[in-house]
Design a protein. Structure first.
Length: 237
């Protein structure tokens, strides 16, 4: 775990630190979150930890557990599937608007984001891959000129980060084809092809959803099978 240094928004820093530990698998589902221990590890008082945990609970990332206090929430596959479904519509809209309004900025700034993403895939660094993916999509939201798109999607990026982290810790890489699709979307935006890029963006998110949801489901099924196996072995003793 990382030490937090005092800055202006300590609660946000603690929130981000805990979320990063969850995303990176250092705090797996059902891990207990004890305020005093977290405060000591991060080098802060209990108050920002308490407030950060309340925010995490409000966002569904941690939950109350009987006789255990707060624990990291398991990922809900159905919720993630629904989230990607809504996101596909918003991504399509953002890319259409980006092609109409932001083609020049896309031409100037977009290729560097693609290069960063491909480099992250090659290094198999989970944190960098997630950051590069988020940076690209947030760039598209900015290009759209509609602040409600980013405002609507932003509260759910912590779930998306968790899904990607859960999958990539085992599978190491986002498939390179995802960045091929990113580049094709960027090219269509640069060309101002609004009618073409909207369905491209929606299909891109739908494909990503199938990859991540299916892998997440497989991971959870494996974990449940392992748990049943351990329970049977304990019962046989």
């Amino acid at each position: 775990m990382r030490i937090i240094t005092p800055q202006s928004s300590l609660v946000e820093q603690v929130y981000e630190a805990i979320l990063s530990e969850i995303t990176e698998g250092k705090l797996p589902p059902n891990s207990r979150l004890i305020q005093d221990e977290l405060a000591e590890v991060y080098g802060v008082s209990r108050q920002p930890v308490q407030q950060a945990l309340l925010l995490l609970r409000n966002h569904g990332l941690v939950r109350d557990a009987p006789r255990r206090g707060l624990v990291v929430s398991p990922l809900d596959v159905d919720f993630i599937r629904d989230l990607y479904e809504v996101r596909a519509v918003l991504e399509g809209l953002s890319c259409r608007k980006a092609a109409e309004l932001g083609s020049e900025r896309a031409r100037l700034e977009g290729p560097a984001l693609i290069a960063t993403g491909r480099e992250a895939v090659e290094t198999a660094n989970v944190v960098k891959q997630i950051a590069a993916d988020r940076a690209f999509h947030c760039f598209l939201y900015e290009l759209s000129g509609n602040p409600l798109i980013g405002g609507t999607t932003n509260p759910y990026w912590h779930y998306l980060r968790r899904v990607m982290g859960e999958v990539l810790r085992d599978d190491e890489k986002i498939p390179g084809s995802i960045w091929d699709e990113h580049e094709a979307i960027l090219d269509a935006i640069i060309a101002g092809e609004a009618d073409k890029v909207e369905p491209m963006a929606r299909l891109h998110i739908s494909r990503a959803a199938k990859i991540f949801v299916s892998r997440l489901q497989a991971h959870q099924e494996t974990a449940m099978a392992d748990q049943r196996s351990r329970s049977l072995k304990r019962a046989e003793r």
